[in-house]
Design a protein around this ligand. Sequence first.
Ligand code: URA
Length: 240
Amino acid sequence: MRLDKILAQEKVSRKGMKQALLKKEILVDGLPAYSLAQNVDTGLQELIFKDRIIEGYEHIYLMLHKPNGVVTASKDKELLTVMDILPQHLQSDQLYAIGRLDRDTTGLLLLTDNGPLGFQLLHPRYHIEKEYAVTVNGPLEPAHIEDFQEGITFLDGTKCKPAKLEILTSSPKESRALVTLSEGKFHQVKKMFLSVGVKVSALKRVQFGDFTLDSELAEGQYRPLNQDELQIIKNYLENS
Ligand code: URA
């Protein structure tokens, strides 16, 4: 949550916050806060305002193995959403998916009620890498690896940043590969493969930044982030 929001909840005035910031009287994990817009999680970080510890609100951080057929949205009039498949007690207007997977894409999706974190991790400035396991309906050749490295141009002319393609198996009818990219254009992976003449028949996100899809999670299952993963969140917050 933004630092100014947390302090406002503690009834600190805007003026009081600004003064304390200038006087370095706001400490986040022992270091002076640098901005009132700073994203702080008092459940993960120690926040001190003028020698007083501000008690934590524990944000929710979940890893979901998104199944095929559900949309990445909070609500939908007709379609089942990722929120609908969570138990009632977790369904909240404040819970968001970090990023978006197509309805027919499966795999790693992080959900949180720490709104600013989502904006932060999706901002192009952070170059968060995402890795996808892809099945396509045709052959993949070493030349495609170079095409991806140089940056694919979609059929409509849109140019992508360089991406990594690792071919796992290739045959005239079906090939499998891993692709890693740091952008999030609409239908990006599908369009990238269309540009090299094959169609994606299955797409699964296996990595998002430093997070790896837990192989114990079956499609549709979720779990709270574990301690190591919360440390990753903390690192992201500290490097924002
Ligand atoms: N690229 C796609 O084409 N679809 C997704 O869901 C994610 C990345």
